[in-house]
Design a protein around this ligand. Structure first.
Ligand SMILES: Cc1cc2nc3c(=O)[nH]c(=O)nc-3n(C[C@H](O)[C@H](O)[C@H](O)COP(=O)(O)O)c2cc1C
Length: 240
C-alpha cells in the first residue's frame, strides 16, 4: 500500500525537472521557435511577486539581433569597456568563498583549465558574450526604482523560465555577466532610462557531447542550511 506521504506523480515529475536542470554552456546550432519561447515565458509569468507587481521585463533575441548584441558585447569585453563587476562583495565572506572555490575547481577542472591560467579563464568568460552558441538570448531587466525585494520576484521568474524550459527539453544558462555591460545593452535594446539589466540567459538545445555540460555542481545538504523546530510528534519525515 502506498504511504500517505509518498511522493505523487506530479511531485516526481517536478523533482525530476528540478534535478535535471543544469547550467548549459554549449548549445547545438538548432533554432528555437518563437512560439516555444513565448509559451515558456507565459507559464513562467505565473511566478509569485509581492502584491502581484510582476516586475520582470525580458528582451528575447535570436538571429541577426542576437549576433549583433553578442558581437558588441564581445568587443566591449575584449576592450575592457564595462563597469567593474559588483556581483559579490570583496572580500566574499568565508563559507561563500569556499563554495565559490569549489565551483571554480569543478568548472575549470572540467574544461582542463589551470586556475592560475588567467588568459584561459578569460577566454572561457568571453564565451558568455556569444551566449555560448545558443539560438536564443534573453536579457532580464527590472525597474531600477524598485527595492531589493522586487529583485527577489525577478529571481523567481527567472527560475520559472529555466524550469519551464527544461520541462520541454530546452536548456538554459543564467548569466549575471551581462550586468556590467548595462550601458551598451540599454542603448542597443532601447531600454527606458529607469530599466536596468539584471542578468541574461542563453537558451537552446544543449550539446550533450560537450564536456562543459557534464558537470554536476555539488549542493549543500539540508542539515547544513536549515534548522527545524517544533516538529516533535509530527511523525517521520517523508523520504523519497
Ligand atoms: C544569478 C545567476 C547568475 C549566473 N551567472 C553566470 C554567468 O554569468 N556565467 C555562467 O557561466 N554561469 C552563471 N551562472 C550559473 C552558475 O554558475 C550555476 O548556476 C551554479 O554553478 C550551479 O550550477 P548549475 O546551474 O549547473 O546547477 C549564474 C547563475 C545564477 C543563478
Amino acid at each position: 500500500m502506498q504511504r500517505a506521504d509518498a511522493p505523487t506523480d506530479s511531485a516526481r515529475h517536478v523533482d525530476a525537472v528540478l534535478r535535471a536542470r543544469r547550467s548549459v554552456r554549449a548549445f547545438a546550432p538548432r533554432p528555437l521557435p518563437q512560439a516555444l519561447v513565448r509559451e515558456i515565458l507565459q507559464v513562467a509569468a505565473t511566478a509569485p511577486s509581492n502584491s502581484n507587481t510582476q516586475p520582470w521585463r525580458v528582451h528575447v533575441l535570436a538571429g541577426a539581433p542576437l549576433k549583433a548584441l553578442g558581437d558588441a558585447l564581445d568587443a566591449a569585453f575584449v576592450a575592457g569597456d564595462f563597469e567593474a563587476p559588483a556581483h559579490f562583495p570583496d572580500p566574499l565572506p568565508g563559507p561563500f568563498c569556499d563554495h565559490q572555490s569549489a565551483f571554480a575547481a569543478c568548472y575549470y577542472g572540467a574544461l582542463g583549465i589551470d586556475r592560475a591560467d588567467a588568459a584561459a579563464r578569460a577566454r572561457q568568460t568571453r564565451r558568455n558574450y556569444g551566449f555560448f552558441g545558443a539560438p536564443v538570448g534573453l536579457i532580464f531587466g527590472i525597474d531600477a526604482r524598485l527595492a531589493r525585494h522586487s529583485w527577489l520576484d525577478l529571481g523567481l521568474f527567472v527560475q520559472n523560465v529555466m524550469i519551464a524550459a527544461k520541462a520541454r527539453g530546452i536548456d538554459t544558462c543564467p548569466q549575471v555577466s551581462f550586468a556590467p555591460f548595462h550601458a551598451l545593452i540599454a542603448e542597443r535594446l532601447g531600454m527606458p532610462p529607469e530599466e536596468v539589466t539584471a542578468c541574461g540567459m542563453s537558451m537552446g538545445w544543449g550539446d550533450p557531447s560537450a564536456e562543459v555540460n557534464r558537470m554536476a555542481m555539488p549542493r549543500r545538504a539540508v542539515e547544513d542550511f536549515a534548522r527545524f523546530e517544533g516538529f516533535e510528534g509530527f511523525g517521520e519525515a517523508s523520504t523519497s
